[in-house]
Design a protein around this ligand. Structure first.
Ligand code: GAP
Length: 457
């Protein structure tokens, strides 16, 4: 069975099957924004729930928060975002589009070259030597690299005075650092413990055409483990492993995943690693695990004037905890999951079917209820009514049963339940499996347990 996936095919499928639409489409779109449709929102919610389950619900040392998007601007001074000059950008003089130099190099080399350690001069030289052209117009007519701060700004007051400037958070983790003392106190938490959250982040990213990979508005699932320095490398290594296990448990295959240890570290960092996924655009970062030393709590201590130290109640040692950060984008993970799930399968009759082999636990709909004919609708709606109390279900009575099966295959519904005339006699239905297309007969009352077993995560 061969996979022939391109980003264009995936974008088309997403658009036609209700996963993802272009943002503000009726106005001609709005660059690097996407709207999640009825199918896509289910998939993304299921991914977020799976992450929360593994890293918060099942881990007694991790506490969840949901911090405000708009934070005191001093937070971004402490984090270094206000002072930082941001990403290396170049303009194409021919078509007037703006691009990230590091992304251009990484895309050109299909992920073989990492530009993270390159200076601006080295990137410009690489682009020239390899004759890398503008991905939009195909010409090579670049401006020199310039840096732009990627933080979006807004204003607290109507006057729009510069001193009223407020930032849309470019990462969620600062909401975890600033709540370190609150969580510790209210939950009587003992170091080591972690704070996790899922939420929107905003970056004024300028990258053409990579769909959900890099967008201006995206969701991050981030976790900060606060620990003693002596335990920090163990936590760093264990989060690397847990992060890998998590994405594998959602169906990403071993051969499409690899660790990428950073050669060049931020001055405060002790170690940093990405997990990369082999996207149709090449090997790219899927998530990061970073050993951030005491940088974050020290900086917030310094800028807020609050003492962020921890007093160990057993040893009486007072110290600033180290932070191990694990961070993954929900949208980017959804993209990887869709890439992995996609298959164009050649059938014995010569036809091709597109199937999204999502792990049942994260599939948008768990079951579709399909009356064989419209006049079986009453019974079918009764079955739908019962199942939809427990699972996200789809209902479809339009068109041939073959076409309805194909549609469910394309949105990755693990089970189709068909209501036929025998159902009226013996209360049994046909259950078709998405992956094998095999059909079995079950009593209606057996359905919930059967589906529940298959979607356990
Ligand atoms: N707090 C650390 C941090 O934000 P990052 O490497 O910039 O680190 C972490 O981002 C993760 O967030 C990335 O690995 C990626 O999955 C996701 N991400 C970052 N920028 C993104 C963007 N513009 N669009 C979609 N996902 C993004």
């Amino acid at each position: 069975m061969e996979k022939k996936l391109t980003m264009d095919k995936l974008v088309n499928l997403c658009k036609n099957r209700g996963f993802v639409f272009q943002g503000s489409e009726i106005y001609g779109g709005f660059a690097n924004t996407w709207d999640f449709g009825p199918v896509g929102v289910e998939l993304k919610n299921n991914i977020k729930r799976a992450w929360w389950k593994k890293f918060v619900q099942e881990d007694p040392s991790t506490y969840g928060v949901d911090a405000a998007i708009l934070m005191n601007p001093k937070v971004w001074e402490a984090s270094g975002h206000v002072q930082s000059f941001g990403d290396p950008k170049m303009d194409c003089k021919n078509c007037k589009t703006r691009h990230r130099a590091d992304t251009i190099i990484e895309n050109f080399s299909k992920g073989a070259i990492s530009a993270e350690g390159m200076s601006d001069e080295e990137m410009e030289k690489y682009i020239e030597e390899h004759d890398i052209k503008c991905p939009n117009c195909g010409k090579r007519d670049w401006t020199p690299i310039r840096k732009f701060n990627p933080m979006f700004t807004t204003s607290r007051n109507m006057v729009g005075d510069e001193k009223d400037v407020v930032y849309l958070r470019p990462e969620t983790c600062q909401g975890e650092y600033v709540n370190f003392l609150n969580v510790q106190r209210t939950m009587r938490a003992k170091v080591p413990f972690a704070i996790a959250q899922i939420g929107k982040s905003f970056r004024n990213e300028i990258t053409p055409g990579n769909f959900l990979f890099r967008t201006v508005e995206f969701e991050q699932m981030e976790l900060q483990m606060f620990c003693h320095e002596k335990d920090s490398m163990n936590f760093y290594n264990s989060y690397k492993e847990r992060a890998l296990k998590f994405v594998e448990s959602l169906g990403l295959s071993e051969e499409n995943l690899r660790f990428h240890d950073h050669d060049k570290l931020a001055h405060y960092a002790k170690a940093a690693c990405d997990i990369q996924y082999n996207f149709p655009i090449g090997w790219q970062e899927l998530n990061g695990v970073h050993h951030r030393g005491t940088w974050d709590l020290s900086r917030h201590g310094e800028y807020s004037g609050k003492n962020m130290d921890y007093l160990d109640p057993f040893t009486n040692e007072r110290y600033t905890p180290n932070v191990i950060e694990y961070s993954i984008g929900a949208d980017r993970l959804m993209l990887a999951i869709m890439c992995e799930a996609y298959e164009e399968e050649e059938l014995e009759n010569g036809e091709t079917r597109i199937v999204m082999h999502f792990l049942p636990a994260i599939a948008p709909y768990k079951v579709a209820v399909l009356p064989l004919q419209k006049n079986l609708g009453e019974k079918a709606r009764e079955v739908y009514g019962a199942l939809s109390k427990e699972f996200m279900c789809d209902y479809d009575e339009a068109g041939s049963i073959g076409k309805r099966y194909r549609r469910q295959d394309e949105i990755g519904t693990p089970f189709c339940v068909t209501i036929d005339f025998d159902t009226l006699e013996d209360n049994s239905v046909t259950v078709r499996d998405r992956d094998t297309m095999k059909q079995i007969r079950l009593k209606i009352e057996e359905l919930p347990a059967y589906i529940q077993k298959a979607i356990k995560f």
